[in-house]
Design a protein around this ligand. Structure first.
Ligand code: ATP
Ligand code: MG
Length: 191
């Protein structure tokens, strides 16, 4: 609980930082099954925005588990805490004026909603990177589905842990139907 702690405002706020950077600080939150294409699309979106002179930063599930979240596993409570921290970090990045690309399975609707609340709904776009389980398991870019099917990974989303589809996402990118380039274009059209 927050006790004896008072928010200390500075004189330079989000609007001022955005003016300096010439952009709006926002979070594009990519959710979807493992192998649906979140990281692949985020990497391309990042490149395209960077080339246009935008200040952009990518937060990626795997990467954050090397540091900030290395104490967390994949049980339901750990996943909740994983996304809670990331939601807070994404909120800070957006407040800094950056275009923040967050790619996390983020399987629970409640977790994504909490992230949206932390960031502020005006600055948050929920993007559902959609591919069915069969397709993701066939792609298996990291060999994780193979391992999960052999029982070597517990709590694997889609197989032994749930994935709650977004109810009302800002955008659905169907990576079974779209090429990578068209997927990236769709995301860029949103902002
Ligand atoms: N339209 C598309 N957009 C993105 N990726 C695609 C598309 N079509 C096929 N792919 C392929 O799907 C795979 C997606 O893998 P990627 O690592 O991006 O998934 P991810 O959603 O980040 O998974 P994880 O949650 O495990 O990090 C890659 O092998 C990529 O080449
Ligand atoms: Mg990824």
């Amino acid at each position: 609980m927050v006790e004896n702690i008072k928010w200390h405002s500075g004189e330079i706020n989000k609007v001022a930082r955005e003016q300096l950077l010439g952009q709006q600080g926002i979070v594009l939150w990519f959710t979807g099954l493992s192998g649906s294409g979140k990281s692949t699309i985020a990497v391309e979106v990042e490149k395209r925005l960077y080339r246009k002179g935008k200040a952009v930063y990518r937060l990626d599930g795997d990467n954050l588990r090397f540091g900030l979240n290395k104490d967390l596993g994949f049980t339901a409570p750990d996943r909740v805490e994983n996304i809670r921290r990331i939601g807070e970090v994404a909120a800070l990045f957006a407040d800094a004026g950056l275009i923040t690309l967050a790619s996390f399975i983020s399987p629970y609707q409640a977790g994504r909603e909490a992230a949206k609340k932390a960031v502020g709904s005006d600055n948050f776009k929920e993007i559902y990177i959609k591919a069915d389980l069969k397709t993701c398991a066939q792609r298996d870019p990291k060999g994780l589905y193979q391992k999960a099917k052999k029982g070597e990974i517990k709590n694997f989303t889609g197989l032994s842990a749930p994935y709650e589809e977004p109810e009302n996402p800002d955008l659905i990118v169907d990576t079974q139907k779209l090429s990578l380039e068209d997927s990236v274009d769709l995301v860029l059209d949103l902002i």
